[in-house]
Design a protein around this ligand. Sequence first.
Ligand code: ATP
Ligand code: MG
Length: 462
Amino acid sequence: MQRSLQARLSVALTLAILLVAVGAGAFGFISAYRDSIRLQDDLLLQVGALIVRLGGSLPDDGAVGSYPGADHESRISVQWLPQPGQAGTTGAALPLPEGLHDGFQTVFMFHENFRVYVQPLPSGRRIALAQETDVRDRIAVRAAWRALIPVLILVPVLLLALQRIMGRLFAPLASLRGEIDRRRDDQLAPLPTTGLPTEISPFVDAINRLLARVQGAMTAQRRFVADAAHELRTPLAALSLQAERLHQSELSDTARERLQRLEQGLARARTLVTQLLALARVQAQDQAGEAPRQRLVLREAVRPVLEDLLPLAQQKNIDLGVDGSLDAEVDTNAMELGLLLGNLVNNAIRYTPPGGCISLTLAAPAQTPPGHVRLEIADNGPGIPASERERVFQPFLRLDPAAAPGSGLGLAIVQSVAARLDIVVRLAASDEQSQAGLRVILDIPAPATATVRPGQQFIAPG
Ligand SMILES: Nc1ncnc2c1ncn2[C@@H]1O[C@H](COP(=O)(O)OP(=O)(O)OP(=O)(O)O)[C@@H](O)[C@H]1O
Ligand SMILES: [Mg+2]
């Protein structure tokens, strides 16, 4: 059984139309056929009456093959019938049998049926008017088919109109489904109810009430995570301080080694809490609405990130720099873009082996979608396999936990910030051929005439 309401309605209405069409067609066909036969009988009657009115003036001996004006097909033979006791008329066109009664009857002659009308005249003589039944039938069938034409034209037009109307009726549902499908997991704004049929809007209202409850639950959960992360920062800072103080005490080698591991663990916990807090804040802000955007030169947003991370790059002897100029204007939020870039550059530094190279490049306008500026961050580290490039954005997902310490939240933060700032993030390989290295492509909204000025700026370690 079809479960689609539209399909069911469509099938039911199509069947109903076809049923009505078949009924109307059959009725039209039969009544047109009957009318035509009756009309032809009337014709015989009228010809008979005419002959009576003309005083029965027929050639004595024979028959008239057809009356004037009759076409060949519908020709009517008119001939005298022999009087009782008299021999048959010589030279008559049709060998009419004896004993025909007055009025209509069907007679078999010349291997076919004839419709014969016997008309008595005031003189006592009788004339017979005969017409081939086949011819009459053919005329009647033709008339019947002609009666079917309107039905045959109307049915396809009606079916087409039905499909159109169904499409229109169900269009609001289809657009509602599209709207829901396009949403991200965290887009919980109420669904639009304007223009919806009254049968559907109560459902949408119910979905909207559910969305509001889910929104409330999510907000509470995020607030809890943010509060927990925030609350954890103070004791963690205190623990770190105590661990640092322990260094000043006399310690055995084993104890010092354990202290070092303790400090590493504390550092990891601090990173986790920082990232967790950053993610919770971005997501909480996401619900609060759009990030305020300013027009700024991309270089201004990149510089503090590079300044922050340059020491880390230097520690690993990584060549971190800007290739070309970043003098393009973008419409964005400097703080949040900084958070996004910080996570990406931080990843590049941590996953690229010592002595590697990381470059930030502005793509040529020809390769950039209109209304955007394309910034690429490429490293020559291990890269991310194509099959994992979608998955790595999930929170806490780490491909190779042994590669570098981390919490697995960096790319989730990147994705949340990008969604807020309408930045499109794409992961690719730095070297398409060997699939080596990671290239993060960022399409950042920009004023319609984004300016890229020539020039070189390069920040290198050391
Ligand atoms: N530049 C890169 N090169 C290779 N792998 C990467 C790169 N950036 C990210 N990855 C992979 O993607 C995973 C997810 O990255 P993400 O930034 O979300 O988490 P993380 O770096 O492990 O932790 P966090 O950034 O929260 O400290 C990483 O664990 C790593 O396996
Ligand atoms: Mg990271």
